[in-house]
Design a protein around this ligand. Structure first.
Ligand SMILES: *Cc1c(COP(=O)(O)O)cnc(C)c1O
Length: 362
């Protein structure tokens, strides 16, 4: 069986592009010091705030050239002041990465860890916040390692009670899950163009409170990932460094499609519907989901490999039919697989995917 011409990416970013987003990559060449670029950058910054209807007097979108990790690292090194103390909530690879970023940057921090897949331990977090003066709590919203959508309500409540603010890794939730900028004590949220927003990899961004970046450490902990410098330059329609112009074009087209389709609520419903179809089909084949549907994000679900089927065999079978799934990470590499519902995929793609599973599952 030959693979269809258009591969369908079911990995958690980059995503299958729409024709419009792909065509945007071929727009005219543009120098990042020209007014046309300034206009494009300003429009993207406005639109990104508009995703969650944020007030530009309080919030700023800061655009960076890099993958999602660049945005997370920029957020951590720029938002924790020199005398700040950071508590990192870990229940998967991405929480662990935040701790690695804090260690590399020499930021005073502690971590609260639970096994991958479990919910953050909000009681110990609350006790730690009560016992020690932490200024910031970093947490991953959708922990893509396992698909868990961390419930941030109790954490937000603890932070508020103990006077800490939150730094959110929203890389795999921004644009499709509810991020309560008005309810949670957020200082900043890091995200990327190429996950729920359906752009291409290369542009990432941080939505930060302006007053947070006024207290950015000086001297900065990083030259390239200094959000305060980006904010100053971008507020003056400039950029400290060359941006990935074509990726900006693609994000511009992707945001037009995003708003035309009804914004983050519509996208959440779309992803939920896709995942419910796929999950229901796999469960009917006796495949076990790692987490309950009610604790999993709309973006990605993790499943256990059935006895007698290894990941490589499943992956290669699906790839030959045009579908790219994703392995478990680290300790889950040999026992799990993940399927994400992001990107420009059709009902027909999903029907073909289910048929491809029928051919290999018991
Ligand atoms: C994808 C992702 C990142 C960033 O990964 P990159 O490979 O740098 O794009 C960060 N956090 C979470 C939760 C993610 O899903």
């Amino acid at each position: 069986m030959s693979a269809p011409a258009r591969p369908v990416l079911l990995n958690p970013g980059p995503v299958t592009l729409s024709d419009n987003v792909r065509a945007a990559l071929a727009r005219t060449d543009l120098c990042h010091r020209e007014p046309e670029f300034a206009e494009l950058q300003a429009r993207l910054r406005r639109q990104l705030l508009h995703v969650y209807e944020l007030d530009p007097a309080t919030w700023a979108a800061v655009l960076l050239t890099g993958s999602g990790t660049a945005a997370v690292e920029a957020m951590i090194v720029s938002c924790v002041p020199a005398d700040g103390r950071l508590l990192v909530v870990e229940n998967g690879v991405y929480g662990e990465r935040v701790s690695a970023i804090a260690t590399a940057a020499g930021i005073e921090h502690a971590s609260v860890t639970v096994p991958w897949g479990e919910s953050p331990d909000t009681d110990s977090i609350d006790r730690l916040l009560a016992a020690q003066p932490f200024t910031h709590v970093a947490v991953v919203h959708h922990e893509t390692t396992t698909g868990r959508l961390n419930n941030l309500e109790p954490l937000a409540e603890s932070c508020r009670r103990h006077g800490a603010v939150m730094l959110l890794d929203g890389v795999s939730s921004f644009g499709a899950e509810d991020i309560a900028f008005d309810r949670w004590p957020l200082a900043a949220c890091a995200a990327t163009a190429n996950k729920c927003l359906h752009g291409v990899p290369g542009t990432a961004f941080v939505i930060a409170r302006r007053d947070t970046l006024e207290r950015a450490p000086s001297p900065p902990r990083s030259v390239y990932l200094n959000l305060a410098a980006y904010l100053t330059a971008q507020d003056r329609d400039g950029t400290p460094f060359t941006q990935s112009v074509q990726t900006f074009y693609a994000l511009d087209a992707a945001l037009d499609e995003f708003f035309a389709a009804g914004g983050w609520r519509a996208r959440r419903q779309l992803f939920r519907d896709r995942m419910a179809t796929i999950r229901g089909h796999l469960l009917a084949h006796g495949i076990e989901a790692m987490l309950g549907a009610d604790e999993t994000s709309c973006v990605l679900h993790a499943f256990r490999l059935p006895a007698g089927l290894d990941y490589a065999t499943l992956h290669d079978h699906l790839k030959a039919r045009g579908f790219i799934i994703y392995a478990g990470q680290g300790q889950l590499a040999t026992s799990a697989f993940r399927i994400s519902a992001m990107g420009d995929i059709t009902r027909n793609d999903i029907a073909r995917l289910l048929a491809a599973f029928d051919d290999i599952l018991p």
